[in-house]
Design a protein around this ligand. Sequence first.
Ligand SMILES: [Zn+2]
Length: 266
Amino acid sequence: MEKRKLNDPYLIERIGITDNMDNAYLLEVGGICPLCGEYLLLGKGKRMNKKYQIAHIYPNSPTIDEIKELEGLERLGTNCEDFQNKIALCKDCHGYYDDHKTKEEYINLLRIKKGLLSTSKAKIAVSHQDLEQEIILVINALSKIDGKTLEKMRLEYKALKVSNKIEDEYALLKIKIEGYVCSFFNFIKETFQDLDQTGKIDFELIASEIKTTFLKCEKEITNKSEIFESLVEWLQSKVVGSSKEACEAIISYFVQNCEVFHEITK
Ligand SMILES: [Zn+2]
């Protein structure tokens, strides 16, 4: 295989990926292969199996064909080992991408990475907040709940306060949160209470962390749907393998419980 032109300053020696960086790539794509949607971690007993690799978007050692194919196209970062030029992909997509790299595939992956980079600013603002392990217990309880229990615990619609906090322009967000609050509020409340009373968690602490994180998000983002999304992603990143829906239900609980969003002043 013919190797890269040596006079291209973008191409530097390969730099290994530390565990920390590995996590950053996994987080960036939300634990899902951005090309095919496969989960990148697979639970096996108590362990999580890595189903992904970190791919170079512009190759580290392009072949002559690749150099021609990608000639003149935009590149991300200052060199090929930059965070911006790498992305987590499942093993299959990585192999396929490296073997059959067309201009279209390159541009597609570049576009995906650019999208991820533009949303990461908001994520970084919240990423150093550390949520207690305790919330995992609530998410676990949430994932095991059955329909009957849920029906018994439904919240009366008139008890909702969500409408006081979300303007009508966010109609879809409002409907989503109201749905979660109606179905899960009482269940989550009781689960938190039980765990708090038996000393397994400190509810006040969790509530204040959620509030702090919300306030940080609010400084970076004004759109309420995006704030909600960021909080959900942040929570999901704390509990590897947790469903987006469970995290949405928890954040919705804190909207109703007043840690997230303020009353609208009319
Ligand atoms: Zn894939």
